[in-house]
Design a binder for this molecule. Structure first.
Ligand code: ZN
Length: 579
């Protein structure tokens, strides 16, 4: 696996037809090219990593192509196309507004826009993350957007369309890129795997595609990561181990237990899952997803909504035939309630266990002994139900999940139980391996270590790195994959590490989420180890390598001149020119 080129770069599409999952949109763009009916401003919206910048680049190449194909594709052979492919075209300027959002940055761009292209027909300006431009920069840009020079085309890209001013929106042709579907991503990963000589199991690629959440760039990055981890043989086992995905086998067997109303078996399975280091909320939302998959498996018309590999489909439809739709809907509601209450629940483990018990009881015969307070149709309101046993033992059909009491009522149970035994800490690990956005955000970190006082001892980046490696050693066996990954990372500090957070750059959003989930635990360790309360680390996803902001030496030089007064003087006094 040496010389392995990052797949997102190696397999970046060069023509419209090789863009995955955006057919409607690329067809429209091709038509615009072949009919020559071009707008001066386009807005490409959509989530990250779905091909906005890629399409913008292909579009720029196509409208400058000397021999465009009949369908509007660039020929990919002519001098102009080649200069685009080799990143040396003068007709494309990219500005990443996330980091270049000042009036000055936009002025530089506008100046470039005034000059007509020396070769080719159009200059194309791609402004990425355009919503990040400052108000002043927006205003400066608006004038150019109102009366663009005939040779200019602006392509604005954003993940957050709602943040753009109506004045911008009204001047652009708007294209909404959609999240890619799992089968599209899997199809492309198969192609990449075959091309790169990587062996794979289809289920494995499915897990990767699901983890990528509709973004091809993330999917390829995760794929690369797994290829590295698995030594070029991408199996389902390796993938779930590396990505800390809970094996679907658990959900199948758990559902079987629930269908048998076998509460002990269900609780033991949950216990085993916790023992593997998975967090309860991750588990319960996964269980909800499993029920949802079973539900869509029951009907041929909804079967396409099932995003699993062909080999697993049969198992879903087999299990689905044994579940009544009503059971699945009620179970979904119970899991969903549990998920919603999870963050605020005092005893999180108990909350999940109650959800499992309630789900199991959906399958109990209706004439269970009264008085247990956990009757089938009973939405389990509070523990003192025992005092007023099963008053509402109604057999209402409850077809709609929303009929039952709002979530707040059921919340009372786990909290009141928790307060009655305040000394018992939640047995659930506070550490979540798997991404649960925002769940273990840094600010709450201090609350899990309330009494701990850290000192103010000086430390260096080297000390921090040493402590980072020591932390990795403390990670349990279940987090081996994460530990291995962290060994390849290192905190860096631009300035004084004691006053500004150190930074750790990661490859993709998935790793970012995993690290953020570990952050509270990590910081507590580092602060204790270095005896300094100010220790802080920030995680960030590596910028896409493809950003090249100023596109020629000349323009880089001009940009520098614009920023540096002394340099300008020097040039004028010595009459320097860039060779
Ligand atoms: Zn061409």
């Amino acid at each position: 696996m040496e010389n392995y080129i990052v797949s997102a770069r190696k397999y970046r599409p060069r023509t419209f037809d090789t863009v995955v999952g955006q057919e409607a949109l690329t067809t429209t763009l091709k038509n615009a090219v072949s009919t020559g009916r071009l707008a001066h401003a386009y807005l490409f919206c959509g989530p990250r990593g779905v091909g906005k910048t890629t399409c913008a680049r292909i579009f720029a190449k196509a409208i400058n192509c000397m021999n465009p194909g009949p369908g509007g594709e660039p020929c990919d052979q002519c001098e102009s196309c080649r200069s685009f492919n080799e990143n040396r075209s003068f007709n494309i300027v990219e500005l990443d507004a996330a980091s270049n959002n000042s009036v000055e940055d936009i002025r530089t761009l506008i100046e470039q826009a005034q000059m007509p292209p020396q070769v080719g027909k159009y200059k194309v300006f791609i402004i990425d993350e355009v919503h990040m431009l400052s108000a002043g920069a927006f205003n400066a840009f608006l004038k150019t957007l109102e009366e663009p020079p005939a040779h200019d085309i602006f392509i604005l890209a954003t993940t957050e369309k709602h943040k753009l001013l109506p004045t911008i929106l009204s001047r652009c042709q708007i294209y909404d890129f959609k999240r890619m579907e799992v089968p599209d991503i899997v199809g492309h990963l198969k192609y990449v795997a075959q091309d790169a000589g990587v062996t794979y199991e289809e289920e494995a690629l499915n897990v990767i595609a699901q983890k990528a959440d509709g973004g091809m760039r993330d999917a390829l990055s995760i794929f690369d990561q797994v290829v590295g981890y698995s030594g070029g043989n991408v199996t389902y086992r390796k993938v779930i181990e590396d990505l800390n995905v809970l094996d679907y086998e658990y959900y199948f067997s758990l559902t079987d237990s629930l269908l048998r109303a076998d509460v002990p078996a269900a609780l033991l399975t949950f216990n085993e899952i916790l023992g593997k280091g998975f967090n309860g909320q991750h588990f319960i939302s996964g269980l909800a997803a499993h029920f949802r998959d079973l539900l869509v498996s029951r009907d041929a018309s909804t079967l396409p909504l099932l995003d699993v590999a062909e080999s697993v489909r049969k198992r879903y439809s087999e299990q689905a035939t044994r579940c009544k739709p009503r059971f699945l809907m009620q179970a979904l509601r119970i899991c969903n309630d549990c998920d919603l209450q999870y963050r605020t629940a005092g005893n999180k483990r108990l909350l999940v266990e109650i959800a499992l018990i309630r789900t199991a009881q959906l399958n109990e015969p209706a004439d269970e002994e009264p008085g247990c307070g956990l009757g089938p149709a009973q939405p389990l309101k509070s523990m003192n139900l025992a005092a007023a046993p099963a008053v509402q033992q109604s057999q209402e059909p409850a077809p709609q999940p929303t009929i039952h009491a709002p979530a707040s009522q059921a919340t009372a149970t786990p909290q009141s139980v928790a307060t009655s035994q305040p000394a018992a800490p939640s047995r659930l690990r506070t550490l979540s391996i798997t991404a649960t956005p925002g769940q273990q955000a840094a600010p709450s970190a201090s609350t899990s270590q309330p009494q701990k006082q850290y000192g103010n001892k000086p430390f260096t980046v080297a000390d921090l790195r040493l402590a980072w490696r020591e932390f990795i050693e403390t990670l349990p066996q279940e987090q081996r994959a994460m530990a291995e990954r962290m060994k390849g990372m290192e905190p860096v500090a631009e300035g004084d590490v004691m006053t500004a957070p150190a930074e750790v750059v990661v490859e993709n959003k998935l790793v970012l989420d995993q690290l953020n989930a570990l952050k509270a635990q990590l910081l507590a360790f580092l602060r204790g180890r270095l005896d300094n309360a100010a220790v802080d680390i920030r995680f960030r996803v590596r910028e896409a390598d493809e950003k090249h902001r100023a596109f020629s030496q000349k323009e880089k030089f001009d940009a520098m001149l614009a920023k540096s007064e002394p340099l300008r003087h020097l040039r004028e006094s010595l009459q320097l020119e860039l060779a």
